[in-house]
Write a protein of this length. Structure first.
Length: 478
């Protein structure tokens, strides 16, 4: 009942001494697809210990050699795109084509990271003392960037490969070691990805991957004294981690309630296309999904009609068939989404389609005339359900956006660039997209949330910088 996978420690694949495994349920069949090791605390201690040792010599490995290995891993990852994509289909129900795209994008990210690392880590600063009052030109200061040590990487289920390498590659190029704790749904895809790094020939112990139950090893990992930095993507757990973690740099990308503000002069076909892409791709299970449409009343009817027509064309079914809408990741997730839909129904939202669910599969649903007293106006469904709030002024839209406890991305549709810029400035989010749906990529762009959407900024360059610290040497002249 489910193929059993080992975890990765000391450059080897191992069974946990716990003798236990964790089941990974296929969201489509709702049957056990795979099993991964339920690692225990002793095994976590071991990977932390070897990660520390391996990091010391890795930091002394020439930068160009580190880059060379990353390029090799990227190529191997791309060669293995088919089996990895198959796992993504089976354990997180990602549509087949998107699953392949995730792996290819990951290979590109690793290569880009190697190149960027060579550029930005290869240079430092030289300062002289006499620019500060009271000093003669007697002190020369040399700066360089040094690694932090052991990076704990915790990616989420929706991009178990891409959001793992977006942490692993910057960490490694900067001379750090990695302990990866993949999400349960997505763990096997992540283990396959780790195998690509194994095949590339990284030193033993530099990369480890422990699987298991959060209740057993979650806090133990995040509070472990051997961890020098945590890079986490996910939900509320990130807030709990940030409260418990020690005095170490944290990079957290948490939830979002990305608003799509639509002005009267917007190209409504463009908006409708972006609402479909932004709201419904991967069945809305993206932190950067469009999660609320705030449309000016005068164009709301026309926009809703256009979106409805496109929703009707979305295919619903199995990820193997490359359906647009596939089962959401777990039954509890489907139940949560249903709870939001029922709350909106009770409070009088207009259903543009009939609500339909079979198992974890929820048909795409647009809810019109949503009001602020409905939960879905504020909470993120992480599913194919999108609320539309009609607004009578731009200020009302900005107010709704800023009243959210989230602040990841947002978007504004208008042909008036001056208005777009003013709205972007007024929106309290990490990024605002003008005339396109929110998205993290291209992966070298800065990516950050404010408020409960996280801390720190990601994107290749920012992640490399965040996973280093500045070291200075001062030459004192007589
Ligand atoms: O949900 C994770 C977040 O990083 C989204 O990425 O590429 O879908 O915008 P993307």
């Amino acid at each position: 009942d489910g193929e059993v996978y080992k975890y990765y420690s000391e450059g080897e694949w191992k069974k946990s001494s716990s003798g236990k495994t964790v089941a990974i349920i296929n969201p489509t069949t709702r049957k056990t697809q795979y099993r991964v090791q339920a690692c225990n605390q002793e095994e976590v201690n071991k990977v932390m210990e070897i990660a520390k040792t391996a990091q010391k010599s890795w930091a002394k490995t020439p930068l160009w050699k580190r880059a060379e290995l990353l390029h090799k891993a990227a190529a191997i990852l791309k060669e293995h795109k088919a089996p990895i994509a198959e796992c993504l289909v089976k354990e997180i129900a990602k549509p087949a084509k998107d699953a392949v795209t995730e792996v290819v994008r990951s290979g590109d990210l690793v290569s880009y990271c190697a190149e960027e690392g060579v550029r930005i880590l290869g240079e430092g600063k030289f300062l002289v003392s006499d620019s500060f009052p009271g000093n003669e030109r007697t002190k020369y200061c040399l700066t360089s960037k040094i690694p932090l040590g052991v990076i704990l990487a915790i990616p989420p289920f929706n991009y178990p490969v891409n959001l793992a390498v977006s942490k692993i590659a910057p960490a490694l190029i900067a001379g750090n070691s990695i302990v990866l704790k993949p999400p349960t749904q997505g763990a096997v895809s992540a283990l396959h990805m780790v195998h690509c790094f194994h095949l590339a020939g990284f030193p033993k112990g530099l990369i480890s991957c422990v699987t298991g139950k959060g209740s057993e090893i979650g806090d133990f990992l995040t509070m472990h004294p051997g961890v020098d930095c945590i890079s986490f993507t996910g939900g509320d757990t990130g807030i709990a981690i940030s409260k418990k973690a020690g005095m170490i740099p944290l990079q957290m990308e948490l939830g979002g309630k990305d608003a799509c503000i639509v002005l009267e002069d917007a190209d409504l076909d463009l908006v409708a296309a972006n609402i479909i892409k932004g709201g419904f791709s991967y069945s809305g299970q993206r932190c950067t999904a469009v999660k609320v449409v705030l449309v000016m009343e005068s164009v709301a009817d026309a926009l809703v009609e256009k979106v409805k027509a496109r929703v009707a064309k979305l295919t619903v079914g199995a990820p193997e068939d490359d359906s647009d809408i596939t089962p959401v990741v777990t039954e509890s997730s489907a139940n949560f989404i249903e709870g939001l839909v029922m709350d909106a129904k009770e409070k009088g939202a207009t259903f543009c389609q009939e609500y339909r669910r079979e198992g974890n599969l929820i048909w795409p649903l647009l809810l019109d005339n949503v009001r602020p007293d409905m939960r879905i106006a504020w909470e993120e469904p992480f599913g194919p359900v999108l609320p539309v709030i009609r607004i009578s002024s731009i200020e009302e839209g900005i107010h709704h956006c800023n009243a959210s406890n989230f602040g990841l991305q947002g978007c504004v549709f208008t042909k008036d660039i001056n208005k777009a810029i003013l709205i972007s400035d007024a929106m309290e989010t990490g990024t605002v997209q003008i005339n396109s749906a929110p998205a993290r990529g291209p992966d070298h762009f800065p990516f950050q949330g404010i408020k409960d959407s996280g801390i720190g900024s990601q994107g290749v360059t920012n992640s490399i910088n965040m996973m280093t610290k500045v070291k200075t040497t001062v030459i004192n002249l007589p």
